[in-house]
Design a protein around this ligand. Sequence first.
Ligand SMILES: *[C@@H]1O[C@H](CO)[C@@H](O)[C@H](O)[C@H]1NC(C)=O
Ligand SMILES: *[C@@H]1O[C@H](CO)[C@@H](O)[C@H](O)[C@H]1NC(C)=O
Ligand SMILES: *[C@@H]1O[C@H](CO)[C@@H](O)[C@H](O)[C@H]1NC(C)=O
Length: 539
Amino acid sequence: MARKRIAVIGAGISGMGAIKCCLDEDLEPTCFERNDDIGGLWKFQKNPSEKRPSIYKSVTINTSKEMMCFSDFPVPDHFPNYMHNCKLMEYFRMYAKHFGLLNYIQFKTKVESVRKRPDFSISGQWDVVVETDGIQKTMVFDGILVCSGHHTDPHLPLQSFPGIEKFEGSYFHSREYKSPEDYVGKRIIVVGIGNSGVDIAVELSRVAKQVFLSTRRGSWILHRVWDNGYPMDSSFFTRFHHFLWKISTTAAINNYLEKTVNSRFNHSHYGLQPQHRLLSQHPTVSDDLPNHIISGKVQVKPNVKEFTETDAIFDDDTVEENIDVVIFATGYSFSFPFLDGLIAVTDNEVSLYKLMFPPDLEKPTLAVIGLIQPLGIILPIAELQSRWAARVFKGLSKLPSVKTMKADIAQRKTAMEKRYVKTARHTIQVDHTEYMDEIATLVGVKPNLFFLFLSDPKLAMEVFFGPCTPYQYRLQGPGKWDGARRAILTQKERIIKPLKTRITSNDNHSTSGLPWTKLVPFGLAVLATGLAYFRYIHW
Ligand SMILES: *[C@@H]1O[C@H](CO)[C@@H](O)[C@H](O)[C@H]1NC(C)=O
Ligand SMILES: *[C@@H]1O[C@H](CO)[C@@H](O)[C@H](O)[C@H]1NC(C)=O
Ligand SMILES: *[C@@H]1O[C@H](CO)[C@@H](O)[C@H](O)[C@H]1NC(C)=O
């Protein structure tokens, strides 16, 4: 039988993983990328042409290298834990080169439309129209992986800001912000307290006369550098913590986390305290914001009620005069114009089975990859989704009935509404380990902890207590990678390596790892916990 041909739309982080997963399952991918390079959002462009997402020059990723990497391709040990965008591109290029992915990408090619073929109910095939240099052509594919991301359309709600049309300074969406040079000595308002808003406010406050950070709701601020200087996500996302969360309540976890972040700086004193609980909202990560607030460079303000020619009037009726620049860091929304209404998006909401498959298709030959807003890390989740989708396309994994899928979608929606603040930002949330395990179970690659505790206690300990790194999903099942065990056992070394550029006298005394004599009793204790855990999650 001929190899099935799969169209991968977009060569960003989701798309690259998708190409690789197709190759692993012996499918034949063709990737269409409108840009002239890989990396999607992460490719810095000084003058982005179309209305696409675009990053500023200094962007550094807020998830750490051991947590955000492809599951069978660790980031080199000397790379920093949090990479600047150009370092990240270097890693993506290494990945693409190592697995020979570039051969499958058609650059400067835009997907115009994806339509069912007339015999779709039998063949499950698609007509894909693409355009390169103004020339259109139509191709037939057996499957589609939509990897166009969830940051597609800049969201600029000017109608919520009366008077903005007569404001005489400049105002624009954060996608147009590139670097601070042009803002020396200015008075600036940044609207929005998401990751870009906070980053830009902090960066500008070094050169501006004054920066105001305006927020309707406030936010909990997490920091990259967590306890003992470990990366936040690698300390936070462990199976052990996930287990604690399962056996306690979300409220208790919220109490604990809020206490932790408040001990760094009291969110109420810093004007940031939101109404909602920490886990009810998408987190903002910034190590610098409190430093810039305490030194007065950034002032936190409520929502802007109205603009005049030169001033901004806030909800608390305070006025800031002579504002030069307003930057709307109001985020992005997503859409799929090329899908011809196949996936309806209303208020940033979609109905997709496991956030991937439209439930109504006669054949499951189209999946959306990376359309998630994780309390966690997108890249490994997107990669795992692709692994599952490739197996569904091949017929190795079956989707349930339409009724079951719809019930699952409804259930997910209810859970989301209960948990999160209702906004367009919180329609596609997932919890990292929870969702990873959910998809991994469908692929057949969820690590079997019970078996691990018996057969390889040293590895089991790191899997359970250590960071829940993507390598865990390469230990067994389809796509098993022989390097996974080693990658897990050496992940801590790779975290510390790039930090330790000077040897300290302590280094001579340090013992590496736990001695076996300690491991045995500890292992027994862990086994008991593991058993409880195993039982719990299989109820
Ligand atoms: C990092 O920033 C992105 C972009 O704003 C955000 O979606 C993501 O949740 C952040 N990651 C973490 C771990 O907070
Ligand atoms: C933070 O500040 C608020 C308001 O002053 C106060 O009620 C609260 O006790 C403080 N929290 C801590 C942990 O100090
Ligand atoms: C560590 O030990 C080595 C070998 O004993 C010695 O040469 C070196 O000077 C020591 N380093 C420090 C920083 O004490």
